[in-house]
Design a protein around this ligand. Structure first.
Ligand SMILES: *[C@@H]1O[C@H](CO)[C@@H](O)[C@H](O)[C@H]1NC(C)=O
Ligand SMILES: *[C@@H]1O[C@H](CO)[C@@H](O)[C@H](O)[C@H]1NC(C)=O
Ligand SMILES: *[C@@H]1O[C@H](CO)[C@@H](O)[C@H](O)[C@H]1NC(C)=O
Ligand SMILES: *[C@@H]1O[C@H](CO)[C@@H](O)[C@H](O)[C@H]1NC(C)=O
Ligand SMILES: *[C@@H]1O[C@H](CO)[C@@H](O)[C@H](O)[C@H]1NC(C)=O
Ligand SMILES: *[C@@H]1O[C@H](CO)[C@@H](O)[C@H](O)[C@H]1NC(C)=O
Ligand SMILES: *[C@@H]1O[C@H](CO)[C@@H](O)[C@H](O)[C@H]1NC(C)=O
Ligand SMILES: *[C@@H]1O[C@H](CO)[C@@H](O)[C@H](O)[C@H]1NC(C)=O
Ligand SMILES: *[C@@H]1O[C@H](CO)[C@@H](O)[C@H](O)[C@H]1NC(C)=O
Ligand SMILES: *[C@@H]1O[C@H](CO)[C@@H](O)[C@H](O)[C@H]1NC(C)=O
Length: 688
């Protein structure tokens, strides 16, 4: 049994191995008896009279006919494509008189099945995702009978050279020359006539010519001559053959003969008179019925197109609901934003901000540079609530806040238009390998700016605005490297869960105040906690939780507190500063960072106090309370934290793994130290 299986395996194996063809010449005067040499795929069939039919006139078909074995098309030692020439006879018979589709192509491809290829405008060669990709290695000369605007086709009757893409690199209207007459003779591909085509590639001149004729005599003038070196587009071995497709409109695509040769010199030409007879054109005995059916066809196509257009218009209209009209800041028309971003082109994509994609653009009317944040949101109610919030925050103006210029709603998408901040976000200039290293003076100015912007939101504007998502990624830098807070209030949009009675905790790991996971209610104090994390980041040049750091340096606050206790606080400063910083200012920033990171909300300073400390109007206390986690609250963590407790568990699991790695003695010392130090807390601060 086993030897027999083995034998079968080898037979199978050898029959599957593509055999490089030794013969460099193919000649098919009709395709009778060629089933060993031609592989058919899809709708392609060889008819009994020897004509190869790539497709019949049914919609959306693909037909492939390739020489069974791959052919060497490159010199293996030089990697240069070899010269080749080919001659074939074809005939296209449309479904309706002069109305058919889609076309066919002479093709060289890495496979003879072209898996994944699409019919219609893709001609059975490529698909929408690989079209234009240089890894395709598909070379084709297309004979196209439909004008596809998507691919920039010149008309509905053209020959084109396609290199890995259906957007032709060169194309001309179909025509042929008669020797001695320099005027191109018009020719319609889908005329039902048999047309002879020659494609000649000269690898010394890097020239590709296409010549057509209605007789066996090749004209000495080509209709298309294109200078191209095919070497980068071809593999050493390629399958050579034909691919055809039909679309909504269909034609039968026939091949009567094919001759192909690799190397210099003329290919053996086909003789029209010895080729299989033309397919008999479909005769309709009642021209009236045909005429009627054609006009009915057009009428129905027109009706369908009109209906589709009307539907499209209706679907894409800017729906403005009554409540939207009452909203304060400027409501931009969608078309204007579309124009500003060149149709939300991926080239204009600045990045993926807090809640969605951010595009840059230029307002066509005023030439203002803007950034557009595009947010998707399923819940209409959430959007409505948020938009009423916009009415408020749209009026907030401060030099350290990113100005909201306006907004636009389009179905589930919300578009927020902001001033463009040319220097991007702060995190890009702090972590990993930043392009420029911010000096201490620049950093201190940014901190002062953010502090003043946040103070304005908390205390100086007509009502208290809680930011909810302060982090380095939300601090944007204007042309003069001033820090400006962006995205304020945006987190509110995402706070409500599916069930309105529950609240999700929004924010970013490492910036989340511990009480947030319990109460779920963001306050000015939780903003201060996040601001503390930001202070430490800017001074140390590290993220609040840095998984890449050593275990004992994992959590930035704990690491800074450790050095503080050891009296070596300045060791934590960002090494990228190379010691170039003002020690007084650095001490203030680090100490303040620790104070803001206190576990108890009321133990943190207010933004008013923070601002005064930073301005030097108030001096910091000598003793400061230890930040959270250290106070030995291990046992409590995660209990009763309700919805969103996952965040805290995560945070605390980092911390408890830290505890396991340090000696219990030092922990005990901490607890003692903390109880005595806690007495000097600044108190009587109310969180709003
Ligand atoms: C087809 O292949 C056979 C060998 O399998 C060869 O003898 C014959 O000449 C080939 N026919 C053509 C038309 O290339
Ligand atoms: C056209 O070809 C397709 C696929 O080979 C086949 O399913 C269909 O029946 C053919 N139609 C006609 C009218 O021959
Ligand atoms: C490949 O190129 C080398 C160097 O130009 C030449 O000697 C050789 O004959 C070429 N081989 C083929 C198959 O053309
Ligand atoms: C496009 O064709 C490639 C093969 O060339 C295939 O991997 C891919 O899945 C196809 N994509 C689609 C959308 O059919
Ligand atoms: C081109 O195709 C390769 C492999 O199929 C893929 O890795 C690459 O991302 C594609 N490039 C583009 C621009 O689509
Ligand atoms: C063909 O067109 C593509 C896209 O337009 C272009 O990138 C490529 O360089 C062109 N190739 C040649 C040989 O002209
Ligand atoms: C083509 O052939 C005709 C005569 O057969 C001749 O008059 C003409 O000069 C030739 N043109 C070219 C470009 O060789
Ligand atoms: C050349 O072809 C054009 C277009 O078919 C025709 O009008 C003209 O008479 C021809 N000239 C000669 C000299 O045959
Ligand atoms: C060829 O077609 C063009 C444009 O379709 C037309 O202007 C010209 O008259 C036609 N020439 C002949 C000889 O039919
Ligand atoms: C292509 O045509 C040009 C003239 O248009 C001619 O000089 C060249 O030799 C031709 N090349 C081939 C490979 O036929």
């Amino acid at each position: 049994m086993a030897p027999k299986l083995y034998f079968l395996f080898w037979v199978f194996f050898f029959s599957m191995v593509p055999f490089p063809s030794q013969s460099q010449e193919l000649f098919f005067n009709g395709f009778q008896h060629s089933s060993n040499n031609i592989s058919l795929n899809g709708a392609a069939e060889i008819e009994s009279n020897g004509i190869l039919r790539l497709t019949n006139d049914t919609s959306r078909l693909i037909g492939h006919a390739f020489h069974t074995f791959p052919i060497r098309l490159k010199n293996s030692s030089t990697g240069k494509a070899l010269s080749f020439s080919t001659n074939f006879a074809f005939c296209i018979v449309p479904e309706f008189q002069k109305l058919g589709g889609h076309g066919f192509a002479f093709a060289m491809a890495p496979s003879k099945e072209l898996p994944g290829a699409l019919p219609s405008q893709y001609l059975g060669l490529l698909n929408s995702s690989d079209n234009g990709n240089l890894t395709n290695h598909v070379f084709a000369v297309e004979f196209d009978t439909v004008r596809d605007f998507e691919f920039g086709d010149i008309n509905d009757n053209h020959v084109g050279v396609d290199l890995d893409s259906l957007v032709s690199n060169a194309s001309v209207p179909v025509a042929y020359f008669i020797d001695g007459n320099s005027t191109a003779q018009n020719l319609t591909l889908q005329s039902g006539r048999t047309i002879l085509a020659w494609i000649d590639y000269d690898s010394a001149d890097n020239q590709l010519n296409v010549t057509l004729s209605l007789s066996s005599k090749k004209s000495n003038r080509s209709i298309l001559s294109f200078g191209v070196d095919l070497s980068p587009y071809l593999n050493e071995f390629m399958y050579v053959g034909f691919s055809a497709s039909t679309g909504l409109l269909a034609s039968s695509h026939y091949l009567m003969g094919w001759s192909f040769k690799v190397g210099d010199g003329e290919v053996r030409s086909l003789d029209l008179s010895s080729l299989p007879a033309l397919p008999v054109p479909k005769k309709t005995n009642k021209p009236l019925i045909l005429g009627l059916s054609i006009s009915a066809f057009f009428v129905s196509i027109f009706a369908v197109l009109t209906a589709a257009y009307v539907f499209w218009k209706w679907k894409n209209r800017d729906v403005i609901e009554p409540w939207e009209r009452e909203i304060g800041p400027h409501r931009f028309p969608y078309e204007e934003l579309k124009k500003a971003t060149k149709g939300f082109s991926s080239k204009e994509l600045l990045g993926f901000g807090g809640f969605g994609r951010v595009y840059k653009g230029i307002l066509p009317k005023s030439n203002t540079q803007i950034a557009i944040k595009r947010i998707s949101h399923e819940s209409k109610q959430g959007l409505q609530e948020f938009l009423s919030e916009i009415a408020t925050i749209g009026r907030v103006r401060h030099r350290n806040l990113v100005q909201l210029l306006g907004w636009c709603r389009r179905r589930g998408d919300l578009l927020l238009v902001y001033d463009l901040m040319p220097n991007g976000s702060l995190d890009k200039l702090l972590f990993d390998e930043p392009k420029i290293i911010l000096s201490w003076d620049q950093r201190f100015k940014i901190i002062e700016g953010v502090s003043s912007g946040l103070l304005y939101l908390h205390e100086e504007w007509e009502k208290t605005v809680i930011h909810r998502d302060i982090k380095a990624g939300n601090v944007l830098l204007d042309a003069d490297l001033n820090g400006r807070l962006g995205d304020f209030g945006l987190a509110k949009l995402y706070e409500r869960g599916a069930n309105p009675s529950t609240t999700r905790v929004m924010g970013t790991m490492g910036y989340l105040a511990p009480e947030l996971t319990k109460t779920g209610k963001p306050t000015t104090c939780s903003d201060v906690y996040a601001f503390g994390a930001l202070l430490l980041e800017v001074a140390c040049g590290r993220r609040p939780i840095d998984p890449k750091a050593m275990p004992e340096e994992l959590i930035l606050v704990d690491f800074v507190w450790d050095r503080w206790r050891e009296g070596a606080i300045l060791e934590v400063m960002d090494p990228k500063l190379k010691g170039q910083y003002n020690e007084m200012e650095a001490m203030v920033v680090l100490k303040l960072g620790l104070m803001c990171s206190a576990d108890a909300p009321l133990a943190r300073p207010t933004m008013r106090q923070v601002d005064r400390y930073l301005q030097g109007e108030m001096s910091l206390p000598e003793v400061i309370p230890p930040p959270g986690g250290y106070a030995g609250k291990k046992g409590e963590s995660g209990s009763g934290s309700g919805d969103g407790g996952g965040f805290e568990d995560y945070l605390h699991s980092y911390r408890s793994s830290y505890f396991e790695k340090t000696s219990t003695v030092s922990t005990a010392v901490d607890i003692e130290a903390s109880s005595s130090l806690s007495l000097s807390l600044p108190t009587s601060v109310e969180c709003r």
